[in-house]
Design a protein around this ligand. Structure first.
Ligand code: SF4
Length: 98
């Protein structure tokens, strides 16, 4: 049995500040009535939990805390469900190493 302390992803991510660019989300979910399988996968695949389902079961994104890992970009590439761009300079995740 391992004696290594367990570390949750959320506990590590909280140390990376993410200045938000007000009104200019760098990732947008395209309007939809019924979410695709790819969008549904984002509810569990995004490590920062940016994707949520609203009361109409449509998928929404809040980019606060996005670590720009690109997972949603890869998963939704073929379905074209999202518009993905890097944040403008000075905004977005600032990784701390060590
Ligand atoms: Fe989540 Fe990564 Fe997509 Fe950001 S780039 S919304 S962290 S899956």
């Amino acid at each position: 049995m391992s004696t290594e302390p367990s570390i949750r992803v959320e506990d590590r991510l909280i140390h990376n500040p993410c200045p938000i660019d007000p009104g200019r989300a760098h990732i947008k979910v395209r309007p939809h009535t019924t979410p695709s399988l790819e969008l549904m996968r984002m509810l569990s695949a995004c490590p920062a939990h940016c994707y949520t389902a609203n009361e109409k079961h449509q998928i929404e994104i809040t980019v606060d805390g996005c670590i720009e890992c690109g997972t949603c970009r890869v998963i939704c590439e073929a379905s074209d469900d999202i518009e993905w761009n890097y944040p403008r300079g000075g905004y977005g995740v600032l990784f701390k190493f060590g």
